[in-house]
Design a binder for this molecule. Structure first.
Ligand code: ADP
Length: 394
């Protein structure tokens, strides 16, 4: 069965076509900078690798471009759009209504639309991707997998904010949690790898967006992002945890508009705001040359992760393993080292030599005597979505 995964973002569409249940990747690619004259289209199969710059006006044009690559008589991988059996769409916010992979119908689309104010950067683009795919792949079944779904098990005491109760009960103000597909995928891999029957895990997803989840017996118990994907860890351009009085002070006293503050906290803060760079590779390279701002930013980033590890170990009353995943988690041995340093009280002991080894598969980087396993697990959100869609159909 051929399942196409579509991850439609505000200015990009990432896609992957998988043969299920073998999980063979038939092709993958992305269109980035949609809306610009210099959008980048990339496409890769076993035999072909193409990267080109085009003008791509909108998501519809982007998806048409992808379809023409898939159907291309020389470089393509399918003969007709009917060869796509199902499409799995990643949607960021499913509110509290959807905790499972769901077949798309009018009600689901309306719900995604109604949840747009809670994820303004993501849900409208996700919905656009669904509408376009329905038009182009009109014989394929369409499903949606929500980033929030895995966190449906977070108990009320962890997800409700200490503000008047009606805002939770009537207006849906609560912590929802994000990166759920990734946290689910890597935690299941860890349980399988460590052969655990009962498990207390902390999964640390460090990419452009960063989040951390306490996972007990396969269920999300608490998570660092909240109502929107902005709380918690220091991210590429997002501040993470911040005292809300700062927002009022900036508006009331410093003269910022509320839109300025929103922009500043989401797009100009985090590692970018601290250092002028948002790619961790640049920050590490600058730090190694003695750039003090970069050294401090790396320390702040690791310090925040450590605090969450402490908190989540406390709420689970124990810890079997911590998992590092996504761009930074999988690739930055320095960040892993800063996080795991001086954690012997928790019985977390990093093996520096193993930490420095690079690999694209699951690996254990703790010392022999470490009671807590430290794992690096490459995330694969597309495969997780394909698995969920396949299981639902099969
Ligand atoms: P996204 O959230 O966009 O999916 P990724 O998971 O791809 O992000 O992570 C992107 C980030 O990973 C980059 O911004 C970069 O900081 C970091 N990264 C990638 N490779 C390395 C590396 N070798 N060393 C340090 N950081 C890296």
């Amino acid at each position: 069965m051929n399942i196409l995964i579509i991850n439609s973002g505000s200015s990009s569409i990432k896609y992957q076509l998988l043969e299920m249940p073998s999980a063979k990747i038939i092709c993958l690619g992305s269109i980035e900078r949609i809306g610009s004259k210099e959008a980048i289209s990339s496409y890769k199969t076993d035999h072909v690798k193409i990267e080109k710059i085009y003008e791509i006006k909108d998501h519809k044009a982007g998806l048409k471009r992808i379809t023409s690559l898939l159907l291309d008589s020389e470089k393509g991988v399918i003969k007709s759009t009917d060869d796509i059996d199902a499409i799995g769409h990643r949607v960021v916010h499913g509110g509290s209504s959807y905790t499972k992979t769901t077949l798309i119908n009018e009600e689901v689309k309306n719900k995604i639309k109604n949840l747009s104010p809670l994820a303004p950067l993501h849900n409208p683009a996700n919905l656009e991707g669904i509408l376009m795919a329905e038009e182009i792949f009109d014989t394929s079944k369409q499903f949606v997998v929500f980033d929030t779904a895995f966190h449906g098990t977070i108990p009320v005491k962890a997800k409700q904010y200490a503000i008047p109760g009606e805002l939770y009960k009537e207006k849906g103000i609560q912590a929802y949690g994000f990166h759920g597909t990734s946290h689910k995928y890597v935690s299941e891999k860890a349980i399988e790898y460590l052969k655990l029957k009962k498990s207390k895990l902390i999964s640390i997803h460090l990419g452009n967006g960063c989040s951390i989840t306490a996972i007990k017996d396969g269920k999300s118990l608490d998570h660092s992002m909240g109502f929107a994907p902005s709380n918690g860890l220091v991210m590429g351009t997002r501040s993470g945890d911040i005292d809300h009085s700062i927002i009022f002070y900036m508006v009331d006293t410093l003269g910022y508009s509320i839109d300025d503050v929103k922009e500043l906290l989401n797009k100009q803060s985090g590692m970018l705001g601290l250092t002028g760079y948002n790619d961790l590779r640049d920050i590490e390279s600058e730090a190694s040359k003695g750039n003090n701002e970069c050294i401090i930013a790396l320390e702040m980033n690791a310090y925040r992760i450590k605090k969450y590890i402490g908190a989540y170990t406390a709420i689970m009353n124990g810890l079997d393993a911590i998992i590092f995943t996504a761009g930074i988690g999988e690739n930055s041995s320095l960040m892993r080292q800063l996080v795991c340093k001086d954690m012997n009280y928790f019985n977390i002991h990093l093996d520096d030599a193993k930490n420095d080894l690079r690999s694209s598969t699951i690996r254990e980087i703790n010392t022999e005597n470490s009671k807590v396993n430290i794992l690096v697990i490459p995330t694969n959100e597309e495969l997780e979505i394909a698995k969920q869609v396949y299981n639902l159909i099969a």
